[in-house]
Ligand binder design. Structure first.
Ligand code: GLA
Length: 385
């Protein structure tokens, strides 16, 4: 265990010897992989919220708070080594508590939409809150993004790690079974942010977890994301109806604005006359990832910003990814010194397909007791010329 508020170095005997002889430069180096804890505020009902700063040996820094197990900031270098925050978020707790756009949050019990907030499991029907038109979105009125989690920092050789836990009561937001979920963030020394989800339940329940970070690789939150270049490793996607519920079809991307098999500028086709783009006012769809076997860890997407050279590769064990271009961002509320206008961030939400509990042909999202759930996603950062 890492001490609370104490930086813990991981360095070799050689580095130690050099530290003894060369002083500050190596002392600085030696403290580069560590975790620090601080207070971030209180929820309206008086619960303390903490924020943990994870720093890896390369100087990448991720801040994660216990409210919503939320990634608040993530600093990564550009091609000249300049670090900048590349995820949208806020400097204080209040906007996270009062706003609803899920910035950086862990989403559950069911990420994305369930049609009419209703599903039937083992012959019993369940009604969930309808918080998105006729549908239930991102776990209901008070999903995992609006809960205070407990956190434990973990010593790990390959980078600082933070394990967050939440116990969701049987019946919470209409879902059956007491669900215990652990989300572990690790900022690996090879410049990857790894997010692992583990869960167990006391009764069968649908589960679907994701992280809802809005990326803007430029680090300049006054710029939109339309000039960034995206590859999605998918040859099909799940088209939706007007309320953004999948129709059940797995539609080939070939010949559509949804074909990102080759790296493509995001803004190139976003305003095409296309029913799916009209429904969501831009991209907001689930792509069916190419997999060698269903739970294989494989590349889902690669996003790059030509101006700064920053690149992020997303790898996951999940079968799908929701690519959303911030179509509902409206400039409110403001964060980190910027106003988040239309399309200043994009999400790459690894997930099972939306509305799976009502779609028998989609991979199952039903978790049963005695069968622990595990899912893993990693965001790998690098630069290109
Ligand atoms: C997901 C959904 C979007 C939207 C955002 C949150 O990405 O697919 O439709 O609800 O979350 O604003």
């Amino acid at each position: 265990m890492l001490g609370i508020g104490i930086s813990r170095a991981s360095f070799t005997g050689v580095a130690l010897a050099m530290l003894a002889t060369t002083g500050f430069a190596y002392a600085k180096d030696a403290t580069m992989s560590h975790i620090q804890k601080a207070q971030f505020g209180h929820t309206p009902d008086g619960k303390a919220v903490e924020i943990y700063t994870l720093t890896n040996k390369g100087g990448l820094e991720a801040r994660v708070m216990t409210y919503g197990a939320t990634l608040v900031s993530l600093k990564a270098p550009d091609r000249s080594g300049h670090l900048a925050d590349i995820v949208l978020g806020f400097d204080s707790l209040e906007p996270y508590v009062t706003g609803v756009p899920y910035y950086g949050a862990t989403i559950g019990r069911y990420a994305n939409r369930i049609a009419n907030g209703r599903f039937t499991l083992d012959g019993v029907s369940y009604q969930l809150p309808k918080n998105d038109g006729p549908n239930s979105l991102h776990g209901g009125d008070k999903g995992f993004d609006k809960r205070v989690w407990t956190a434990q920092s973990v010593e790990a050789k390959n980078g600082p790690e933070l394990k967050l836990t939440y116990v969701s009561a049987d019946g919470e937001e209409g879902y059956p079974g007491q669900l215990t979920i652990h989300v572990t963030y690790q900022l690996r020394n090879d410049n990857a942010l790894s997010i692992e989800y583990q869960a167990t339940t006391t009764k069968p329940t649908p589960v679907n977890f994701t992280n809802h970070s809005y990326f803007n690789l430029s680090g300049d939150f006054n710029r939109d994301i339309l000039h960034d270049v995206l590859m999605i490793n998918a040859d099909k996607f799940t088209p939706v109806n007007a309320t953004l519920i999948p129709t059940g079809e797995l539609r080939p991307v070939a010949g559509t604005p949804f074909d990102f098999r080759k790296p493509t500028v995001i803004g190139a086709r976003i305003n095409d006359d296309n029913e799916q783009l009209h429904y969501a006012h831009g991209y907001d769809d689930n792509w069916v990832l190419v997999k060698t076997h269903p739970n294989a860890m494989s590349t889902a997407a690669v996003l790059s910003d030509p101006e700064t050279g920053r690149v992020v590769e997303v790898r996951t064990t999940e079968p799908g990814i929701q690519f959303y271009t911030g179509n509902f961002q409206d400039g409110k509320p403001a964060g980190k010194g910027s106003v988040y206008k239309y399309r200043t961030g994009l999400t790459l939400e690894t997930q099972h397909f939306p509305d799976s509990p009502n779609q028998p042909s989609f991979p199952s999202t039903i978790l049963r007791s005695g069968h622990p759930f595990v899912s893993h996603t990693e965001f790998i950062f690098r630069t290109e010329k």
